[in-house]
Ligand binder design. Structure first.
Ligand code: PRP
Length: 172
């Protein structure tokens, strides 16, 4: 297997700076809650949160999805819930990648029931070609082709998450 850089470190950081400014402009008042979906989004969350020049709360949620790939049943389960209530808050879900859309389609339904004032999604990567369920992603870092990517939080068998760039894993 071989790694080929798709998005270098400096381009990721520059785009995150832009996203941070855009988010700060869009949320002038009220508490902003950043909800990081474990584990892939942790690296992105760490950089994005520091690029948003306003107060923000941070919490984490664990999600497991089953039957992806060959048998896409679309079954999703919450494995770690939030510690905080979202009622009346501006909520921004922070994800590393939107692929089939199954995870975020499910998650937005779950979180909407908790009566946030607003609920939006910020994803570093979007693979629109792969979509099976509709998802409205307000903030997208990069739209990418249908390639298997690792790095900057994304893994292959838990490996490569700590790469500073997004790479295509070739020759699987
Ligand atoms: C990845 C990613 C999203 C989901 C997107 O998580 O972080 O949560 O898949 O895919 P979908 O749009 O097809 O639902 P993964 O299950 O690989 O867990 P991880 O973040 O812990 O690696």
């Amino acid at each position: 297997m071989q790694l080929r850089t798709l998005i270098p470190d400096d381009r990721i950081q520059a785009r995150i700076k832009e996203l941070g400014q855009e988010i700060a402009r869009d949320y002038p008042d009220g508490t902003l809650y950043l909800i990081c979906i474990l584990k892939g989004a942790t690296i992105f969350l760490a950089d994005l949160a520091r690029a948003i020049p306003r107060d923000a709360f941070i919490d984490f949620m664990g999600i497991a999805s089953y039957g992806r790939g060959k048998t896409s049943s679309g079954e999703v389960k919450v494995t770690k819930d939030l510690d905080i209530s979202l009622e009346g808050a501006h909520v921004l879900i922070v994800e590393d990648i939107v692929d089939s859309g199954i995870t975020l389609n499910y998650l937005t339904h779950v979180l909407r029931q908790r009566r946030p004032l607003s609920l939006e999604i910020c994803a570093l990567l979007d693979k629109p070609e792969r979509r099976q369920r509709p998802v409205n992603v307000k903030y997208v870092g990069f739209r990418i082709p249908d390639e298997f990517v690792v790095g900057y939080g994304l893994d292959y068998g838990e490996k490569y998450r700590n790469l500073p760039e997004v790479c295509i894993l070739e020759g699987e």
